[in-house]
Design a protein around this ligand. Structure first.
Ligand code: RTP
Ligand code: MG
Length: 139
């Protein structure tokens, strides 16, 4: 399996509940190495642009408000089979459906406020990483 990259955010619900350290710990123990890391807060405009792919979905407004409500952590992660393995580590979108031991099972409250983001393809991992990080901020 080729070593490749994915992109994640620790979402506002999790940073506000003090779960940042525990989630990063689970990510690192899950075999992912951190290639870039940033603590920031999105404006509504930035959150809207990041989630533009969901702009026609009924939850878009709620998602943009939530993602700009408090600080987030953004990170580029590397591992063999990174995109798929990270989605396994975080679990289903709705924490009620997430497998035992997954990050969303451990730390998420609801389908909307679900603690973490994980890219859904290699192509989107690249786009999302580039949204947050310049070449100087990654290796
Ligand atoms: P993500 O992109 O954040 O990793 O999550 P995902 O692939 O599992 O889910 P996706 O379908 O891409 O949805 C993006 C985010 O939108 C919020 N959402 N709310 N209220 C709802 O029914 C609903 N559905 C999705 C979640 O925050 C989800 O992670
Ligand atoms: Mg998604």
């Amino acid at each position: 399996m080729m070593s490749n990259k994915t992109f994640t955010m620790i979402k506002p619900d999790a940073t506000q509940k003090g779960y940042t350290g525990a989630i990063l710990d689970q990510i690192i123990k899950g075999g992912f190495s951190i290639k870039a890391l940033k603590w920031t807060k999105l404006t509504k405009e930035q959150a809207g642009a990041f989630y533009a792919v969901h702009s026609e979905r009924p939850f878009y407004g709620e998602l943009v408000d939530f993602m700009s409500s408090a600080p987030i952590i953004a990170a580029i992660l590397e591992k063999d089979n990174a995109v798929a393995d990270f989605r396994t580590l975080i679990g289903a979108t709705n924490p009620a459906d997430a497998a035992e031991g997954t990050i969303r099972k451990n730390f998420a409250a609801s389908i909307g406020e679900n603690a973490v983001h994980g890219s859904d393809s290699d192509e989107n991992a690249e786009i999302e990483g580039n949204f947050f990080f310049s070449q100087l901020e990654r290796f």
